[in-house]
Unconditional design. Sequence first.
Length: 441
Amino acid sequence: MPEVSPRPRRLLIVSPHFPPVNAPDMQRVRMSLPHFVSAGWEVTVLAADDTEPMAPVEPALLDTIPAAVRVVRIRCLKRSWTGFLGFNNLGWRMLPHLWRTGGKLIREWRPDVVYFSTTMFIVMPLGRVWRRRFGVPYVIDLQDPWVSDYYDQPGAPRPPGGWKYLFASAAARLLEGWTLSGAAHIISVSERYLDDLARRYLWWTADRGSVLTFGAPDDDLPFARRLAQSAPPLLPASRGVRIAYAGRLGPDMLPALEVLFAAIARQKDSPKPVDVYFFGTSYAPANQATRTTSECARRHGIGHLVHEKPARIGYLDALRILLETDLALLLGSEDTGYSPSKVYPTLLAAKPTIAIAPATSVLEQKIRELGGAALVTFRLGPAGDPAAVDRLSELLAGFRQPAVGPFGPPADLPRLQGRYGSRAIAERQLKIFDSVAATVL
């Protein structure tokens, strides 16, 4: 009797945001998909069919998805309806349809592993529901902390959202432990998030989690370079030095911004001024986005040198801005466990870079490990850190554009790509999936 070849392993990914929608929490999945497919896995992605997306739409990202990947689009309630109830969260809007469609697909397709990779935390409890019904193990990817005590810290700003924040916080505390305790494995972008779980839950053991940072966009930067050759520049010409930053700029990053603006203020009368450009600093829709930098720039007297467009921009445009700037910028967070996803693309772009990071933060550790940037560390506290301002002011005064040679220690690109490239991160994910799938055979 002829032998029957075993079928390929099957992976079901829950990623509500997915191309053509561009959102930060789908980038890990998007960059890993080619490597999942090349390793022989059959992959299906459950994504939202959102006709009213809050994130930018970037059709070019569809070209990066392998043809072998099946994408099942899940209906979701319209924001024009749910807005009357006070919520627009994509996870809540698609939850009933995701529960029904996902269950049907699991019953018929029988995946080996379900992988939740999203910051729409409310969909993650479905992993435990589906495990009980169908016996399929699930893996959770914590790209942000589900339960956060940031706004409980002394001196923290008031939490945004009023009652909606209180409701979301209560739901997180209620559902996090129940959901994560049933997961076959937990992936986290930061060791500190796993440490928090160890402090909160008696059931936690170190073998339940792994740290996997965001992968470097090895294939995306060449794509962005090709786009830049035929498209008009995104940054204006300047007689001075242009510093550009594209991405989230939340209240947790204001201490780093204070250091930057205080140093720029010392150069404002220089014949070669420093202009700073911020793009996509708010996650709010374009008509609701507000500037984060205005008040801080005004206090330092450099409002004319700071240019901010808070509305979200496309992922590939963010890479193009990185390629066009004279001096790239990395900003750390008061949440010292925060792992900025833009570290690796910034280092791969090989532009002169300044990293402004709280002492002992993940950002500081990454720059010390990989080089590629002039590192300015600062102490968190109400009085600021004058020594950090002095250090950064000296760096800006000494910068010459175009820069000759690396600005700070040269980046260890072989180490970066070997440990943090998209292929390396995908291979580590697959090792976890293989291990999880083997336990249910």
